[in-house]
Write a protein that binds this ligand. Structure first.
Ligand code: SIN
Ligand code: CO
Length: 382
């Protein structure tokens, strides 16, 4: 269980989040790496996992993309192996990312893990998103500066760096130290010996990305197909003129899309999508019936959440008896509002085990929801 120490969430959110970088010395006391470099290299063999080796020798940079048959041939000079979304494959990495749950799950992207040798790093650069970098085994010098107009450098087509910057933080991180870097703050990490780093990233969508996804949704669902109406059209001197009131009428049509209930549900669906690894190559499994799941529950059987699964839901308002809806990876699940509290707690457990028979009717509703989750591949019986 990872828990951040020497850290006040309220002060962090008000004074640092999206504002200032912060070094949290020994945020994780006695830090235990959730995986080692051999397991990381194993993940880089898989075609569904995004991995890279970034290396440099005599100021010449190389970037090679996985999957790697023979990773060693790319590990020349100073090199880092970087693997994305490790929280979706390694339960302990999933546990580590959840220590940052003071930022909501719909804001979290993934846990990127890197393993570097002495002198390695990806060079000075700027990211568009917030990141917490945890130092695992080994040590690394981290420099972080202030946003500014930095000259871009492209030492390799797949690598964006910047010119030198003046560091505001210049520290050697030891195992268990954490550094928080807000968007647009230049940074550079250089490994002092073999070392592991864990980056918890928070990629926020841009307005452009959202609009493009929203328009795909309206097409898929065949929504908002009504056309502009103007039974009260007024005469005008110039036939080319669009009246202010007509512009407003068009904007009203757009507002109706944004203000609709469908749009709330679409937003929650959209925010629950996380480019999950393609699991289609997994063996198809036998589906469970509600009776079978109920029997397993009643016999005190445990259920394990697949690593990387983060359910999200919209803050509940007093809307009477409407169903509780939660979203996982773009899929909506419903359960009666009476079991909402119970289901919300369940969603937070990496391993759920009902030692006692659950109260009726929660047991019945819960068994139905759990059956759907198990058959969707998000939970599995122990
Ligand atoms: C890393 O090399 O582990 C992190 C790279 C970064 O600064 O984003
Ligand atoms: Co970075």
């Amino acid at each position: 269980m990872y828990q951040i120490k020497n850290f006040d969430v309220n002060i962090f959110l008000s004074d640092y989040w999206q504002k200032k970088p912060l070094l949290i010395k020994q945020g994780f006391a006695h830090f235990k790496d959730p995986l080692d470099e051999n397991e990381l290299a194993g993940l880089a063999l898989e075609s569904t996992i995004d991995s890279r080796v970034i290396s440099h020798t005599n100021k010449k940079w190389q970037v090679n993309h996985g999957p790697f048959d023979d990773i060693n041939k790319h590990c020349k000079g100073a090199w880092s192996l970087l693997v994305q979304a490790v929280d979706q494959s390694v339960p302990e990495a999933d546990e580590l990312i959840r220590a940052f749950s003071f930022i909501p799950h719909w804001r979290m992207t993934d846990l990127m893990v890197s393993f570097s040798n002495k002198g390695a790093g990806v060079g000075p650069h700027i990211d568009q998103y917030d990141v917490f970098i945890v130092q695992g085994k080994g040590s690394r010098r981290w420099q972080v500066g202030l946003p500014g107009n930095y000259e871009n450098k492209i030492p390799h087509p797949d690598l964006k760096q910047i010119s030198e910057f003046v560091p505001l933080i210049d520290e050697i991180l030891e195992p268990g130290d954490i550094i928080y870097i807000p968007p647009h703050h230049p940074h550079n990490g250089v490994a002092l010996d073999y070392c592991m780093n864990y980056s918890v990233g928070f990629r926020a969508p841009s307005g452009q990305e959202m609009l493009s996804a929203l328009s795909d949704f309206t097409i898929e669902q065949n929504l908002f197909t009504q056309r502009y109406l103007d039974s009260k059209i007024v005469p005008r001197k110039h036939p080319g003129e669009i009246k202010q009131q007509e512009l407003n009428q068009f904007k009203k049509m757009l507002h109706e899309v944004i203000d609709s209930t469908e749009c709330n549900q679409w937003l929650a669906t959209y925010l629950s999508e996380n480019d999950r690894l393609n699991k289609n190559d997994e063996e198809p499994f036998e589906e469970y019936s509600v009776d079978e799941i109920t029997q397993l529950l009643n016999s005190g059987h445990g259920f394990i959440r697949e690593p990387g699964i983060k359910a999200i839901f919209i803050e509940r308002q007093d809307t009477g008896n409407s169903d509780f809806i939660f979203y996982i990876e773009g899929q909506a699940f419903t359960t009666p509002t009476s079991s909402a509290e119970f289901v919300q707690n369940f969603l937070n457990c990496a391993v759920f085990s009902s030692q006692n028979v659950l109260p009726q009717p929660i047991c019945m509703f819960f068994a139905q929801t759990l059956t759907t989750l198990v058959n969707s591949g998000y939970w599995f019986p122990e």
